[in-house]
Design a protein around this ligand. Structure first.
Ligand SMILES: O=C(O)COP(=O)(O)O
Ligand SMILES: [Mg+2]
Length: 226
């Protein structure tokens, strides 16, 4: 039987990137004379990549944003963010133990993120975690991205996995919608970046710590999905 696969979202799930994303967003907004966003606002803006984050920050202040300015700001954001990797970003408590747990059980591990692929690769590398992941697919890896379910299914295939023997772990509505559209069970963590509690989006299960993502839980989710 094919090896099972566990696919992690990155920002707000595997790694607490909020301090750095927020620094870069605020640096970017300052170049347009917009005030800095606070943490609760940031949590509403993140989840669909840098371009959408900037768009939402402008919309929240009722500030118009031209396409040219949007492009310029995305460039400023990405320059600042990529120059500061890994910054203060660290894996969430229990994340590296969970990686070891699933790896030693023979699971394939992968990342499916709406970060740009280069930034996802650089961050995971800077944290010394690259060797654990068979695939690390960002918003620009394929011509589609979360919530398009193909971002998840193609990540699984690229990692050498089988979508019928897969489980996703994510922190946002985007992840949950993606996994559900792909017919793949999804564990929602409740410590990530979302303005509404993840239970509102009807994931397979909600956990508050990586220790709760046991081998039994993953096994049962995969079994019940088939
Ligand atoms: O950077 C974002 O906006 C989202 O990234 P994620 O898909 O890893 O949560
Ligand atoms: Mg996320």
């Amino acid at each position: 039987m094919a090896r099972p696969i566990i696919v992690f979202d990155l920002d707000g799930t595997l790694v607490d990137t909020a301090p750095d994303l927020m620094d870069s967003l605020n640096h970017t907004l300052a170049t347009s004379d917009l005030p800095a966003v606070d943490e609760p606002s940031f949590r509403r803006f993140v989840g669909n990549g840098g371009r959408v984050m900037i768009e939402r920050a402008f919309a929240a202040q009722n500030r118009p944003l031209t396409a040219v300015e949007h492009d310029r700001l995305l460039h400023v954001f990405l320059e600042h963010y990529s120059a500061n990797i890994p910054g203060r970003s660290r894996p969430f408590p229990g994340a590296t133990d969970a990686i070891a747990r699933f790896e030693s059980e023979g699971y394939i591990l992968a990342i499916c993120t709406n970060k740009y692929e280069a930034n996802s690769l650089a961050l995971i590398d800077a944290l010394g975690l690259s060797s654990h992941f068979a695939a690390n697919c960002g918003q620009d890896t394929f011509p589609f991205r979360k919530p398009d379910p193909r971002h998840l299914t193609e990540t699984i295939l690229k990692a050498g996995g089988n979508p019928d023997r897969a489980v996703m772990v994510g922190d946002s509505r985007t992840d949950i919608d993606t996994a559900k559209a792909a017919g793949i069970p999804v564990v929602a963590v409740d410590f990530g970046y979302t303005d509404r509690h993840v239970s509102a989006f009807d994931p397979s299960v909600v956990v508050s710590h990586f220790d709760e993502i046991t081998l039994d839980l993953a096994h049962n989710l995969i079994k019940s999905a088939n």
